[in-house]
Design a protein around this ligand. Structure first.
Ligand SMILES: [Zn+2]
Length: 151
């Protein structure tokens, strides 16, 4: 099989390519998106990236991400991009920018925070994007990237 043929085989007809994820984050991305084998997924990990050293890449067949799913992906890395593919063509490229507030997609690590007891949508104010530091709207705890559990 020629190299060209191989590329055609792995090309997406319809779906989304999540590119420039931080190296090692591909499986976390699938976890936060709640993928359980209902779509075909291609994962590339520790790929060479000219800009950022190493990166991960995820191809999701027949899947376009919702606003909420994009918000979750944004938490995982500051350079992530999405390419939406329709009929083998890139119809849109989106830089995944973290909003100034993260709502409903991550849990607060403070066990006594009200969001862990009441049925309340979590809210965090973004203090710094890279490295990620946020403050819980309710208990005011400052949370770093490694403590933030994306749900
Ligand atoms: Zn909290």
């Amino acid at each position: 099989m020629t190299e060209h043929m191989e590329y055609r085989v792995t090309a997406l007809k319809n779906g989304t390519v999540i590119d420039h994820l931080p190296a090692g984050m591909a499986l976390k991305a699938l976890e936060v998106l709640g993928f359980h084998g209902d779509n075909v997924v291609t994962v590339g990990m520790y790929l060479d990236s000219r800009k950022y050293g190493k990166k991960d890449l995820v191809k999701l067949e027949n899947k376009e991400l919702s606003e909420e799913e994009i918000a979750k992906i944004a938490i995982l890395g500051p350079h992530t991009t999405l390419a939406i593919i329709r009929d083998y063509r890139v119809v849109a490229k989106v830089a995944v920018n973290l909003a100034d507030e993260i709502a409903g997609v991550a849990t607060c690590p403070n066990p006594s925070c009200i969001t862990n007891h009441d049925d309340l949508r979590t809210r965090f104010h973004v203090l710094s994007k890279h490295p990620l530091r946020v403050r819980c709207h309710y208990c005011e705890r400052v949370v770093t990237e490694s403590e933030l559990e994306v749900t």
